[in-house]
Design a protein around this ligand. Structure first.
Ligand SMILES: NC(=O)c1ccc[n+]([C@@H]2O[C@H](COP(=O)([O-])OP(=O)(O)OC[C@H]3O[C@@H](n4cnc5c(N)ncnc54)[C@H](O)[C@@H]3O)[C@@H](O)[C@H]2O)c1
Length: 389
């Protein structure tokens, strides 16, 4: 049963709530796949538990929404361990998805299972009348995805898919530039995403092995193109067409039990997206590329009035009025204000943390930070950064 209690000062520690009458509405959410990387860190710990730590979600109408996760999965001991670690009620774990879906007190079904298990699970949840929130992709094929959308629409439920990359500080800054007309007419977008995923033979792979098996729902297209679709659509225009050359550069990998297996899925995709409005996006995605850029993902946007390069956090701009004349001459240093050494130097933005997403973009004409001296390539972003893995 959904609990709605009326009590004094739900957020006892928050002076804003002291003495106020606040209604706390509990919303029970079935979280399937909560032992996985995304289900656990991103969605349970960094979202649901974080909201609870803050006293719930204030809806601004005297109601505070209190999320109550029901941990659903295949391994009872793993769910129990999670519940214990985070002080969640032992009754709120289940290995029986059907029973959880039959429970009328559960309002929302959330799915962070392996991709191949999602479509059927969401179908069942829709049939049970649950609202849906899910990791991407909803399905591994177009027909399956459309069918889910149709079923959800017919049932009249609310449904949403994770679009977390829109909230990356770097992309929020890019969006502000677009909305402010900085670029003029946008001509093209170049995206560079990727890093080296260890094969698993002498360094443990940092991603689950199913990602590299097509038969288990793996592959970089099914993993990353959902992100590119909504990022391009929300920032630049609807994707009208997409074409990609895909490759499996690393044909053999080692799994979680150190056993070699055939990597049957694509681990790189070189895509071209045609957008409404005429802009063209080209995005390279690869798990077999070593990082030689500031961030694990970077988007360069070129427009008639200016250009920008945005990463996970930062965004650099170059207006047409400050665009240096390019000189193709290896005997002289490139004529950019930041060219103070053989290495590219970096300008940084005023915002350096993920919790301050709205900092301004820095201009390439601003005083650059001192150039990095060593000869090694920039290290990958630390593990506390937004999760692209
Ligand atoms: N939004 C993002 O940036 C982002 C990033 C990574 C992954 N994802 C998505 O999240 C989902 C989960 O990815 P992950 O990296 O957390 O995977 P993971 O392997 O770490 O977790 C998978 C979860 O599914 C469960 N599961 C259910 N059926 C299974 C089966 N038959 N075999 C193995 N595990 C099974 C596992 O127990 C586990 O809880 C994927 O659909 C992936 O596309 C999204």
């Amino acid at each position: 049963m959904t609990l709605t209690s009326r009590r004094q000062g739900v957020r006892g520690a928050d002076p804003a709530y002291e003495g106020n009458d606040v209604t706390r509405k509990t919303v029970r959410i079935a979280m399937n796949g909560v032992t996985g990387r995304m289900g656990y860190r991103q969605h349970l710990v960094r979202s649901i538990l974080a909201i609870r730590e803050q006293g719930g979600l204030d809806l601004g109408d005297g109601t505070v929404l209190w999320p109550e996760p029901i941990l659903v999965g295949r391994r009872e001991h793993a769910l129990k361990a999670l519940a214990e670690r985070h002080g969640l009620a032992p009754r709120n774990i289940s290995t029986d998805v059907d029973a959880v879906l039959a429970d009328p007190t559960v309002e929302i079904y959330f799915d962070a299972q392996v991709t191949s298990a999602r479509e059927e699970a969401i179908k069942k949840a829709i049939a049970a009348g649950k609202h849906i929130y899910t990791e991407k992709p909803t399905a591994t094929g177009l027909e399956g995805a459309l069918e889910l959308a149709r079923l959800a629409h017919e049932k009249g439920i609310k449904h949403g898919v994770v679009q977390d990359k829109l909230f990356l500080p770097g992309l929020l800054k890019l969006k502000r530039l677009i909305d402010g007309g900085f670029f003029g007419r946008i001509l093209s977008i170049r995206g560079e995403f990727g890093y080296w995923v260890f094969e698993g033979d002498w360094q443990s792979a940092q991603r689950p092995s199913w990602n590299y098996r097509a038969e288990d729902g793996g592959g970089i297209v099914v993993d990353m193109f959902p992100h590119w679709e909504y990022v391009l659509h929300e920032l630049f225009g609807r994707v009208k067409s997409v074409q990609a050359l895909t490759a499996t550069h690393i044909p053999q990998r080692w799994d979680e039990n150190d056993k070699p297996y055939d990597a049957t899925a694509d681990d790189a995709a070189y895509g071209i997206f045609e957008l409404d409005g005429g802009a063209i996006a080209q995005i390279n995605s690869s798990w077999a590329v070593r990082v030689n850029r500031d961030e694990l993902v970077e988007f360069q946007v070129d427009g008639t009035e200016g250009s920008a390069v945005a990463g996970l956090r930062n965004c650099r701009v170059q207006h047409r009025s400050t665009t240096p004349k390019p000189v193709w001459n290896p005997d002289i240093r490139p004529p950019t204000p930041s060219a103070t050494s053989g290495r590219r130097s970096r300008t940084t933005t005023s915002s350096t943390t993920a919790s301050r997403p709205s900092g301004s973009c820095s201009s390439s004409t601003s005083t650059p930070t001192p150039p990095t001296t060593g000869t090694s390539w920039p290290a990958p972003v630390a593990s506390s950064s937004p999760n692209w893995a």
